[in-house]
Design a binder for this molecule. Sequence first.
Ligand code: DAH
Length: 345
Amino acid sequence: MKEQIDSVLQKARQMLGAAQTMQDLEQVRVQLLGKKGELTGILKQLGKLSAEERPKMGQLANEVRGQIEAHIQEKTRELQEAALACRLQEETLDITMPAVRQPAGSLHPLSIVLNDMIDIFKSMGFDVVDGPEVETDYYNFEALNVPADHPARDMQDTFYLGDNLLLRTQTSAAQIRTMESRRPPIRMICPGRVYRADEVDATHSPVFHQVEGLVVDKGITMCDLKGTLEQFAREIYGKDAKIKFRPSFFPFTEPSVEVDVSCPKCGGAGHTAAGDCSVCKGSGWIEILGAGMVHPRVLSGCGIDPQVYSGFAFGIGLDRLTITKYKISDIRLIFENDLRFLEQF
Ligand code: DAH
């Protein structure tokens, strides 16, 4: 019987040595130690032994069972460790591998310049208002002192949507809406798209952008207009920027001016070492906006007494400003959204 028990231990060693999986281990346990297992089978023969032999063999069989169980446990741990090592190996992340770059968007040049403008005017106490792009004839023309059949309507080719509806040709319409809904003191800017039936070329687009400005209070003069615009030009173009007022005409302002800024490229000289300046075309100045003192008729039309209040207004061409600031040669680049262009900002 001793040999039989020893041979079970041998067998256990062999089978465990070859075991690859947990099922293999279970198989060993059932086959050798289970209720119908080989060791159990041998123990059933104990009764046939002499009283002297019986306890010895019983003890031996128990020792062997203990050894086999210990082997199985050890092998179980080994297999578990191997499985874990294998999983860790499979799931290893190479954190030194270069990442796939997600393309990040950037602000459109118009947005960059507009954000700057908003900061500048906010720091001077202006707030930002919005107005509709589809306007009525009244807000876009009539209330701005441009009655029907007035020749000034020819200054702006209009997209009409019906008898009274149109795509606004100027953000000036927002002046009227603001004065109707608020009492002075008023200090606002209104940025937005405007539309005119223009042919597309390097300097024209049927859609472009303006930033309207309006200040109404007691005792507002042309000096306030000049100081405000001077400060604005210095912040946008640098502290050496100069501005120049030229007399002009707008139906909604009296007097009216057009405002030029000294050319940011040639500093106002009109030429560079290479010849005539390409940005200002040799004049040294660039027109950036129209402005003036709000016409008394416009004030009174909005219920503001021109004997008590006065105001100034301006309309800045945002696209123009952006083009000159970044020395862009063609306005179409602003609207085409070619990534090769946009990625430069
Ligand atoms: N609306 C004018 C235009 O589109 C620009 C302008 C001129 C706006 C004078 C104003 C202003 O507010 O006072 O040409």
